[in-house]
Design a binder for this molecule. Structure first.
Ligand SMILES: [Fe+2]
Ligand SMILES: [Fe+2]
Length: 228
């Protein structure tokens, strides 16, 4: 797991640099340190393997978080990196934001990261969509945005159907495709996400990604209605 995470994060750095995010050595060191700690945490507990919410979701969230941090020129880098990588570590539990925050706070305190443990835990706790908490810091605003961005765009579409399959949902409700099952989830939650963005960069990315979803839904209904 350790080697896998380190390689995966090196890959993240390459991707970020390719899109213009310039990271200094000190920031790359923080990323690797967080990766090592994540691999240690995953020796204590196993990451829940829920379709659409796999560990890869946390890596994407982490990459988007750094992307927004770079464009906004604001926020504590360490807190952003740690909160992104650990935010769903207890995804298998109900009220997972609370339990991911609790686990991360205790884990970081045990590893002598007392200076950021409480703040990282607060950021993680506030990412919950259902709790509808207002972000109490800019780092928290970023985590909310990036977690929601990963539910939009082509990846967001893939996640809705992967998770829907996991919950044994049908592709759509034949009585009313806008309600319930997998397709209904776009109307009930996903299409509302762009309005909830906190940061300017988040808003910009969300608008682009929601267009992909709208086009997908339009075509879905065309096919349902035997139109080309
Ligand atoms: Fe979450
Ligand atoms: Fe998440």
């Amino acid at each position: 797991m350790r080697d896998f995470i380190i390689k995966r994060l090196q890959n993240s750095i390459i991707k970020l640099e390719r899109v213009g995010v310039k990271l200094r050595k000190i920031e790359k060191d923080i990323i690797m340190q967080a990766g090592l700690l994540l691999s240690e945490a995953l020796r204590e507990i196993s990451y829940p393997n829920i379709p659409g919410h796999e560990l890869e979701h946390s890596f994407r969230v982490f990459e988007l978080a750094i992307y927004i941090w770079w464009h906004e020129r604001k926020g504590d880098f360490r807190k952003i990196v740690f909160s992104a990588l650990f935010h769903d570590i207890m995804r298998g539990k109900e009220n997972h934001a609370f339990y991911s925050a609790k686990f991360t706070r205790e884990f970081l305190k045990n590893k002598n990261f007392d200076d950021i443990a409480d703040d990282v835990a607060r950021i993680i706790n506030e990412h919950s969509y259902s709790a509808k908490l207002k972000p109490s810091s800019f780092e928290s605003a970023i985590l909310q945005d990036v977690d929601r961005l990963d539910a939009l765009g082509a990846i967001g579409i893939a996640r809705v159907f992967a998770y829907g399959g996991h919950l044994k949902r049908q592709l759509y409700n034949p009585e009313d495709p806008t309600k319930g099952e997998s397709l209904g989830h776009f109307f009930e939650k996903i299409l509302k996400l762009p309005k909830l963005m906190n940061t300017e960069t988040g808003k910009k990315l969300a608008l682009k990604r929601v267009k992909v979803i709208l086009e997908f839904i339009r075509q879905f209904f065309r096919e349902l209605n035997l139109l080309e």
